[in-house]
Design a binder for this molecule. Sequence first.
Ligand code: DP6
Length: 325
Amino acid sequence: SNKSIGAIAHTNIALIKYWGKKDESLIIPYTSSLSLTLDQFYTETHVTFDESLTADVVMIDEQEVNGQGWQRVHDFLSIIRKRAEITTNAQVVSTNHVPTAAGLASSASAFAALAAAGSKAAGLDLSHQDLSRLARRGSGSACRSIYGGFVEWRRGTDDHSSYAVPVTADNGLSDVQVIALTVERHRKPISSRQAMRLSVTTSPYYPTWVKIAQTDLAAIKSAISNDDFTKFGEISELNAMRMHALTLSANPDFMYFNSETLESMNMVKQLRHNGIECYYTIDAGPNVKVLCQRRHVNDVVETFTEMLGADKVTLAKSGPGVHYL
Ligand code: DP6
């Protein structure tokens, strides 16, 4: 069929981080993780399988993509083709509403949207669970962007058992505010794929990370169901720093923070000291996400706007799961 299918997926911020693959080709992680899907950052993708194409064509943000980027999309489309039992090439047109490669995990929204649009365009009608498993093959964190709100990626043991599930929060915590500080818009110096591999194979703390990830996940889930923002924030901040300790303790060592990252972290602690309860989390990049409750959001936004400038501060909230256009 030549039908064009469009889908939108939002990015997510991990509060309990995914950091390390047990199986690199299927993307099976060593640990389960938990995230919040965000309303402000998303990818819109349209896919058309077209008999007249002699190769897959990939357009991202109005630019034709070649080389490694093309290969990654092509490989992903081939997983869909195999499943749909077709050989047709596809045109992929994708638009990011995310600061690319600056720690806002655009690969999560990108592969979640591509999984949804691509599978449907190929004539498949996948369940959310199967969409999550498919998205995971493109980028691990993408399996969580199939769902809105809080989402747990259950690590599983193989392709069949590793997928995300929604975590319900029928309480105040579903209204958590995320202030995204875009301190750096440039591409990260080391891909998360290489970085994870280095942490897994060279950090002496990696086995401990696998152990504590279980404890942190259980603790944050109970904080979410008990509507305990303090526990929720403390665990998120601690888990993020424990992940970054795996980069600092790798050989060769590396670090994602820059000076503005450190200043922002210190500011969060100072705000907290002054009774404005907020916490930070940081992914594989220098950007900082500040977590707070609604009653403190104005103070937090004002503080960072003064410090970094309004263009670097974006207020986000819980966002929706993948949907078709
Ligand atoms: C720090 O999902 O981008 O954001 O599976 O290699 O594509 P690949 O990695 P990716 O890694 C995300 C790492 C993280 C933590 C997280 O999102 O859980």
